[in-house]
Write a protein that binds this ligand. Structure first.
Ligand code: SF4
Ligand code: SF4
Length: 298
């Protein structure tokens, strides 16, 4: 039997339609202080020491940025064997994008596989899969034309000015084969009903090469965009930069020599819900694929 411990459901249903997030650790608070040091450009993250792989990914990113946008294809690989479940990535994402309560572009699930004594537990971080054939886009654009798009580099985007209201959000969420990809922004603050709304809640969200106040994103649909503002400034997505377990890889899938390309070709990597045929740009690595993941995700 397989279950997701934060929700007590099977893995099959977990990766189709569920909710819930695991967030907030002491390690993650270190991430916040690093990422919040943000005035136009981000301070270099100091939480995770730079490794050869990080330097290689940064160098590959810079090479990819020299090409025209049509010639690069961003991809992410998450090695579940290395994830320690610290949720630092979730907190880094919240800080990077100045996310309000109820909106978490990244969720880290704890999964239990098997029955005692043959029992395994591991962590499974997820976010929007930046699908090549994103079913959310058609569904949203049927309700509000132009509310969602796909960029030539594969990032699926939202127009916060257009994609407003629950009707379009629900249509996109229903069409998406993955849970925890899309969120509805109710415009709340963490410090509502306290003596003062804190300054960090009044900061603008810097996304899609623009700045949005919390009032401007209220009632909009929100989701991960691979930190496109960071990557276009030569930085890795916040979750990758801050990953304590160094479990994440990001780069250009159109570069056959890139780290992500090697994982994409590897038999150890797989996409979730391949049957939905949306061609996700996010892949996972796990031991014993046949015994565990592919039972549900072939
Ligand atoms: S994961 Fe869902 S929201 Fe993200 S691009 Fe794919 S279909 Fe759209
Ligand atoms: S920061 Fe890395 S190790 Fe920690 S939960 Fe996220 S993916 Fe896993």
């Amino acid at each position: 039997m397989t279950k997701v411990l934060d929700e007590k459901i099977s893995r099959r249903s977990f990766f189709t339609k569920t909710g819930g997030a695991v967030a907030g650790t002491a390690a993650a608070s270190m991430v916040i202080s690093t990422v919040l040091n943000y005035k136009g450009t981000l301070a270099k993250p100091a939480v995770v020491a730079e490794t050869n792989e990080t330097l290689t990914m940064l160098s590959e990113l810079k090479e990819a940025l020299k090409k025209s946008i049509e010639k690069r294809k961003w991809a992410m690989v998450i090695d579940t064997r290395k994830c320690i479940g610290c949720s630092g990535c979730t907190v880094a994402c919240i800080a990077q994008n100045n996310l309000p309560p109820g909106v978490t572009y990244r969720v880290v699930h704890e999964v239990e596989d098997g029955e005692y004594p043959d029992l395994k537990r591991f962590f499974m971080p997820t976010n929007c899969m930046q699908c090549e054939k994103p079913t959310c886009v058609d569904a949203a654009n049927k309700i509000i034309p132009g509310s969602m798009s796909i960029r030539p580099d594969g990032i699926v985007t939202i127009d916060y000015k257009k994609m407003k209201g629950k009707k379009v959000f629900q249509a996109a969420k229903k069409a998406c084969p993955y849970s925890n990809a899309l969120y509805y922004d109710e415009g709340k603050n963490y410090t509502d009903n306290t003596p003062a709304i804190q300054p960090y809640e009044k900061m603008k969200s810097k996304e899609y090469k623009k700045e949005f106040s919390r009032k401007e994103t209220k009632d909009a649909t929100r989701k991960c965009h691979f930190c496109l503002d960071r990557i276009e400034n030569g930085m890795l997505p916040a979750c990758v930069s801050t990953c304590t377990g160094q479990a994440m890889y990001f780069g250009d899938a159109n570069n056959p020599a890139s780290i992500v390309s090697k994982y994409i070709k590897s038999k150890q990597s797989f996409v979730l819900n391949a049957g939905a045929k949306t061609s996700p740009a996010v892949r996972f690595v796990h031991d014993n694929l046949d015994e565990t993941c592919l039972k549900c995700h072939e």
